[in-house]
Write a protein that binds this ligand. Sequence first.
Ligand code: GDP
Length: 195
Amino acid sequence: LFEGPVDFLKGVVAMSGLPPADRVELCFAGRSNVGKSSLINALTDRKSLARTSNTPGRTQEINFFTLGTSHYMVDLPGYGYAKAPLGVVKKWQDLLKSYLSGRPNLRRAFVLIDGRHGVKAVDEEIFSLLDKSAVTFQCVITKADKVKTTAQEAMLDQVRERLSRHPAAFPELVLTSSNDGTGIADLRAIIANLA
Ligand code: GDP
């Protein structure tokens, strides 16, 4: 699906470190532990391409990956991790704001939502930041295997209801599970079609 190699390119800690904006770019955001690393690994069919947000040192970096020859895939640090010192959080938020508002080739942000928890207040903060930055975003529900079929519609409705207040939100949700592969092919197709 993605022609050419999928590789870690670099971790960026300041705007000056961004690679040239010469490819279609997409990014992944989500609360710590939402399943972001697992999803990136499932998408790219690589066991440990993305490391968990608990990996020391990589937490505050914006991690760039090449996705074939035409896309950059960007892994934003997990947010909502209560233990981070305030100064660190502030520095990270400034970098995130600069990145989101100043990246001309960024086509879409995928915001991951844990299917067991739905949309939380910290997710809404990211939604609002994306609105302000005029970055189209799409919610990807993770850990679908943990949500009973009977509870799925109510969960999806909660997410849709929250999204309806956000002008930058792309209305269509993607339901995924890195454990059983649900929705992974759909998400790949969505990414491949970003132009
Ligand atoms: P990150 O912090 O967002 O990168 O999250 P991880 O990918 O490290 O996953 C956090 C935890 O959720 C780990 O214990 C994973 O095994 C688990 N997890 C991730 N994806 C899934 C999934 O699709 N289904 C289930 N049941 N657990 C998952």
